[in-house]
Design a protein around this ligand. Sequence first.
Ligand code: FES
Length: 66
Amino acid sequence: MKENYTVCNCKQVKYVDIANALDTHKNFDDVLDAFKDVQKVTNCTTGCGGCYQSVLDIISEIMMNK
Ligand code: FES
């Protein structure tokens, strides 16, 4: 299931963790602002950095569907 998909292997961050982090962040105007919050909450992208684009894509996708 998509919710359990691990987006960031280094920090073991799942799709659902990103979705939850976004839920606490009500200002959905700016993807990069949202990204900073998600990064702070989940630590995603702070290892190898290879998941950066996937994390951004997921944030955009979730923000579009709000
Ligand atoms: S996979 Fe996310 S930082 Fe390496």
